[in-house]
Design a binder for this molecule. Structure first.
Ligand code: F6R
Length: 634
């Protein structure tokens, strides 16, 4: 077979990856495209179900039939509502696009749901991201006689394409002309009635091509089509891909053919399914022994971290480390920074959104580490970009190969946790912390730990990482959190406190609890309780205190302050912490481990506490209200 770079077939593929925004709508959304030899609809809907974690305000599909007619069906609500609407509709056709939406502004509605079409239903478009200049484009198009049916920024795209088609452009040229007018970040896929290919591009929002046996796919994320293929091409920003049932062609923004390598995804389809579980979150909590093993596999030798990505000597020019991240990943960054400081390495964790627009002074000997499960969080990418413009070195610690963070940072370290579908991050937190613990070894050996740390005394953190998965399993099998979730179901507030590595875990415990139970939960540094929050503590406040085996006596003082105000205290700590066990009202124990890792075990108890508390309240655990898995808007 000869290789024609302008027409790559599935067999001959060589390689290569774009973001989105609303008007009064869209932010982070899921796109699925399916081009094959038989009807597309079932696979489109299944793909949307797999992408629901990216947004669940509304969902829709558009299918092109053999006569070149495009039929759109879209509904406000979760994919179930779309499926119900599709029951009495006939959408035959081998080519289709689908979308699941998470709005940041404006009410989710049938009208604002994607796909959007031009007035004549000749062009259908799905979009993830934000088109910042949509107001100007909309005014211009209105003056030219176009009528709009939604409030979305997206709707300008099919109208722009339709204009170009009316001017005599072929579909690809019309698509290019339309996207050339867009400002912002977006992934867009387009169907045209009189053409048998799908046209797509990305600019700051993720889009990955999947190459199957009997169909090709495009999606915002791999789980959308993982049932059908594990062979993927990560598209680069501004690539334009034209894909049909058995071939694809990638060109850059100027129309020059580009080779992009085909990669095999290591995730399995089973990883992305709920299996026997009621919720992905619970499945992912239970997966932690496995995901942690994956994170450290082949990366520990003689009780030291050996990262293929960072051979000896590769970090000799690093003096200090700054972690930038959001949400759970920020808590992992805080945990990592504490581990580093304990090794004598200067380290700070900052919230990415703050850092991005108010950065701290950085030198060429600073390593800025963006910690991000998805690799697509807009705030974290903004921080990474701000760091890239400084003299500092950058590193992405992420779960998603081919993600924007992985591509944009100078270096990358993959946490290898497997797909995480539940909106609440669980297994990726523990894998992030484990990966950062391994990175600490390299930094220390390469001399960053010149301030004199504690590693030399006793067993190293890395040595204990090997046995940690078994300890995590002990906690996932423990039913204590389920019992306490029921016992304290009527509390008014839930406070989580901790110190050292227990502090980020307290913050993470509170975040998990509030996001899936919708109850008031706050995390504090244990020592800060007396500086203000104690005013809120009453007998209706449950205080959950994390103990790690280090400085526990101080935290014991803090819980007494709460107990004397009548608050029940749940301790989460090591089996052998007798004094703690005696002092608290209830105790969730975990096996004795290196205090540096104890926070990771405590965190699993807190994940289970949040999970069971949400289950009692019958919450949408995997898809909590107002939230989405990957937040691609700042
Ligand atoms: C909370 C949660 C979020 C994410 C945050 C960052 O359970 O999942 O707080 O941690 O949105 O996402 P990533 O890690 O993808 O950058």
């Amino acid at each position: 077979m000869t290789y024609d770079p302008t027409k790559q077939t599935r067999e001959a593929a060589v390689v290569s990856y774009r973001h989105c925004q609303p008007s009064e709508a869209v932010a982070m959304c899921g796109i699925i495209v399916r081009a094959g030899v038989d009807d597309a609809l079932d696979e489109l809907v299944a793909g949307l179900e797999n992408l629901e974690y990216r947004g669940y305000d509304s969902a829709g599909v558009a299918v092109r039939d053999d006569e070149g007619s495009i039929t759109v069906c879209k509904r406000e609500g979760e994919t179930d509502a779309l499926e119900a609407a599709l029951e009495d509709r006939k959408l035959d056709g081998t080519l289709g696009i689908g979308h699941t939406r998470w709005s940041t502004h404006g009410a989710p509605s049938d009208e604002n749901a994607h796909p959007h079409t031009d007035g004549a239903n000749r062009v259908a478009v799905v979009h993830n991201g934000i088109i910042r200049n949509h107001d100007a484009l909309r005014s211009e198009l209105r003056e030219a006689g176009h009528e709009f049916t939604s409030e979305t920024d997206t709707e300008v795209v099919p109208h722009l394409v339709a204009d170009a088609l009316d001017d005599g452009a072929d579909p690809e040229t019309a698509f290019r002309r339309a996207i050339d007018r867009l400002e912002g970040s977006y992934a867009v896929a387009m169907l045209v009635g009189d053409d048998d290919a799908v046209y797509a591009t990305r600019h700051g929002s993720p889009l990955v091509l999947g190459l199957g046996e009997t169909a090709n796919y495009l999606a915002s994320d791999v789980p959308a089509f993982l049932e059908h293929t594990d062979r993927v091409v990560y598209l680069e920003d501004d690539d334009v891909v034209v894909v049909d049932g058995d071939s694809y062609r990638i060109t850059d923004g100027d129309g020059t053919p580009v080779g992009r390598s085909v990669e095999t995804v290591e995730w399995s389809a089973a990883d992305a399914r709920k299996g026997v579980y009621n919720h992905f979150m619970r499945k992912e909590i239970d997966e932690q022994p496995v995901s942690l093993r994956q994170t450290v596999e082949g990366r520990i030798e003689a009780d030291r971290g050996v990262l293929e990505e960072f051979p000896p000597g590769s970090l000799t020019d690093v003096d200090d480390v700054v972690f930038v991240a959001c949400g759970t990943s920020y808590h992992a960054g805080m945990y990592g920074s504490t581990l580093l400081r304990r090794r004598g390495i200067q380290a700070t964790a900052l919230r990415a959104n703050e850092f991005a627009h108010d950065p701290m002074p950085l030198t060429e000997r600073t390593l800025v580490v963006a910690v991000t499960q998805s690799g697509e969080t807009a705030d974290t990418l903004a921080a990474l970009r701000a760091a890239s413009e400084s003299p500092a070195q950058t590193l992405a610690v992420t779960n998603v190969v081919g993600s924007s963070a992985a591509r944009e940072a100078d270096d990358r370290l993959f946490i290898r946790a497997g797909p995480e579908i539940g909106v609440a991050a669980t297994k990726t937190f523990s894998s992030q912390v484990a990966a950062l613990a391994l990175l600490a070894d390299r930094l220390e050996e390469d001399g960053a730990g010149s301030a004199g740390g504690e590693a030399a005394s006793g067993r190293t953190v890395t040595a204990d990482l090997t046995s940690l998965p078994n300890d995590v399993e002990t906690v996932t099998n423990d039913e204590g959190a389920a019992r306490l979730a029921a016992q304290y179901a009527d509390a008014e507030s839930y406070f989580f406190i901790g110190r050292g590595v227990g502090y980020p875990v307290a913050l993470e415990g509170a975040l998990k609890f509030k996001e899936i139970t919708y109850e008031h939960a706050e995390g504090f540094a244990a020592g800060q309780l007396k500086h203000g929050p104690l005013a809120l503590v009453t007998p209706a406040t449950v205080v959950v205190a994390v103990f790690t085996g280090r400085n526990d006596d101080r935290t014991l003082h803090n819980i007494r302050e709460a107990q004397s105000r009548g608050a029940p205290v749940v301790g989460v700590g090591p089996t052998s912490a007798t004094a703690v066990r005696e002092a608290v009202d209830e105790y969730l124990e975990f096996p004795d481990v290196n205090p540096n890792l104890a926070g990771m075990l405590a965190n699993v108890h807190l994940q289970l506490l949040a999970y069971h508390a949400a289950e009692i309240r019958d919450r949408a655990i995997d898809k909590p209200r107002n939230l989405a898995k990957s937040v691609t808007v700042e």
